[in-house]
Design a protein around this ligand. Structure first.
Ligand code: SER
Length: 584
């Protein structure tokens, strides 16, 4: 049995229910482009909402972290990874959590205790030292010298605000040298493999810390890393997770891995992540904004490195790699199979688009850099490469770095702005990957989204379905299937109906039931495969019922006045409404 299956089995045996991985693109959380940790989709439940699968959960979550996208190419970085996680939602706490982690590592994965060490929270002005965890570790057999206390690294929070708490990290001695007597967390031969977070606090946007209504546990173990560690390879891409993909690339390029590691790792990682993004049911396409821009960067960087390896770009190399990845993962993530054709089309179309200009762009780059005075590539060239040849700026930076040159990034940004192409994805906030809390305003918009969905069905027809939703503090955006531009009268009717329901002060209620029962009852649902067997259905009076994780307001009169600001085409057969709520 592989590590993932062993992990799920172990925690199921300890009373956990397995929940499916949430999509890689978060729903109703505009503050992040991708899910970056298993806890992210669980925030409402860590904050106290009742989870339909109970208080003990386990899963493998598809995660994407793009902060280090350009670091990919070395032995450790990847943009996509699977996070093995188990959670207690106000159920067990430190003792069970640490004991089970220890048991899994030493008895299921058979790691010798001597090779393990841990860090615990040393305490700060707000929260005290985690003496309880120290005692538990000692009782389990971890020697005092192998327990290090740190303050900064042992308090976990996603982003700036949200559920948080002290954590205890478990490290593994990854070296053939003798295990030192004393644990030094700064020694890189000690590799962090698992994090147990004791989420009992909430940090608000002003940094104030309060108790959550319940004490939770959130743990996370990166599958790629634990595999590499246990297989005793010093290059993650040499582990069994990657071996077949690297072999495939090596075969396509007719080159050995040795000596071509960087490009092969980049192709392997970027195509895998692109496959998972394109297969997500939110149907992201390569573009110049948001997730679409990341998808574009991944595919274009992979293409450039395929070219470096002299792979014939116009052959079906990317399809061969994608098919291998789909095959490997489809058992766990069904959307890869369902959306296989979409994935292959996305890769191929983006490749066709870029391959036309890549060659010329590279020539232009060579020409200009050959006669460069100094080592700075000016903004005009960087912008030309972007605008005319489709080079993401990061790609130009990478090319420059290979020649020990720099790019005038500030100048590029100014030009970029001047062309009014600076999308909201460019806002630094988004790229930081922080997780914002679902605040009061977002919660209102979330409920208004359900009302809008129901109103559209009444006014336009039953065939209207939600195709996407995005909420910020300022507005809601709702994509829905519809074959025509809404008339003024239709817009007015939709608006009036939503406002009528708001003024009726309908009660928002939540019920749990089996997935079949929910579907039979006609509850709305966007991505059915994402939901576990037991689901949460939100009712608004008798006008709306939708499968949803919440959170929502309790009565519709809390919403204020609903106004449609814009109705426009989103893509073929999909319309988009932007609307706001105005306080009364
Ligand atoms: N959320 C924690 C982390 O990402 C534990 O999963 O490290």
């Amino acid at each position: 049995m592989n590590i993932k299956d062993l992990y799920i089995k172990f925690f199921k045996e300890h009373g956990h229910q397995e929940i499916p991985s949430a999509p890689v693109i978060p729903e109703n959380d505009p503050s992040v482009l991708f899910n970056t940790a298993g806890m992210q989709p669980l925030v409402p439940y860590l904050m106290g909402a009742e989870h339909p699968c109970g208080k003990r959960l386990v899963n493998a979550q598809k995660c994407i972290r793009t902060n280090d996208l350009d670091e990919v190419g070395d032995t450790t970085h990847h943009t996509f990874f699977e996070m093995l996680g188990n959670w207690s939602l106000g159920d067990y706490f430190k003792k069970e959590s640490l004991s089970w982690s220890f048991e899994f590592l030493t008895e299921i994965l058979n790691i010798p205790v001597e090779r393990l060490a841990v860090t615990v929270f040393a305490g700060n002005k707000l929260v005290g030292e985690d003496q309880e965890s120290i005692k538990i570790w000692k009782d389990l057999g971890i020697k005092t010298e192998k327990i290090a206390k740190t303050a900064d690294d042992n308090f976990w929070i996603a982003g700036n605000s949200g559920p948080c708490g002290p954590d205890s990290e478990i490290f593994y001695w990854r070296s053939d040298e003798e295990v030192p007597k004393t644990f030094d967390p700064e020694d890189v031969r000690w590799v962090e493999i698992w994090n147990n977070v004791f989420m009992q606090y909430y940090k608000d946007e002003n940094g104030k810390i309060t108790d959550l209504p319940q004490k939770n546990v959130d743990t996370g173990m990166g599958l790629e890393r634990i595999c590499a560690v246990l297989e005793n390879v010093n290059d993650n891409y040499a582990s069994s997770i990657w071996k077949d993909v690297i072999d495939k690339i090596s075969k396509i390029a007719n080159l050995p891995y040795e000596g071509n590691e960087k490009s092969m790792r980049i192709i392997a990682d970027h195509i895998r992540t692109a496959v998972f993004i394109a297969a997500d049911n939110s149907h992201i396409k390569p573009s110049n904004t948001d997730q679409g821009y990341i998808l574009r960067r991944l595919i274009r960087r992979a293409i450039r490195h395929a070219k470096k390896l002299n792979i014939d770009i116009n052959s079906n190399w990317e399809e061969q790699i994608a098919l291998l990845i789909i095959d490997k993962y489809k058992k766990y993530y069904k959307e890869l199979e369902t959306n296989k054709q979409i994935v292959l089309d996305v890769l191929k179309q983006e490749k066709n688009k870029f391959s036309k200009t890549l060659e010329k762009g590279l020539k232009e780059f060579e020409k200009i850099t050959a006669k460069l005075d100094g080592n700075l590539i000016n903004a005009t060239l960087a912008f030309k490469l972007y605008d005319t040849y489709g080079f993401p700026i990061e790609l130009t930076q990478e090319l420059a770095l290979e020649k020990n040159l720099e790019v005038d990034l500030e100048g590029f940004k100014e030009k970029f702005k001047a062309h009014q192409e600076l999308s909201r994805a460019n806002s630094k906030e988004k790229f930081k990957g922080g997780l914002a809390s679902t605040g009061e305003v977002e919660t209102k918009y979330h409920t208004a989204t359900h009302l809008l969905n129901a109103a559209l069905k009444k006014v336009i027809g039953k065939d209207v379905h939600q195709m996407g939703s995005n909420i910020t503090k300022e507005r809601m955006r709702f994509d829905f299937s519809c074959d025509h531009k809404l008339t003024d009268s239709e817009k007015e009717q939709v608006e009036d109906l939503v406002n009528k329901w708001i003024s009726e002060d309908l009660k928002v209620e939540v019920k749990q039931m089996s997935k079949e029962e929910a579907l039979k009852s006609g509850a709305e649902c966007m991505f059915i495969e994402k939901y576990p067997d037991i689901v949460t259905v939100y009712y608004i009076g008798d006008v709306s019922k939708e499968l949803c994780g919440g959170p929502h307001v309790s009565h519709t009169n809390q919403l204020g006045k609903f106004r449609i600001k814009k109705e426009e085409a989103s893509s073929a057969g999909v319309r988009r409404i932007k609307a706001i709520l105005i306080d009364n």
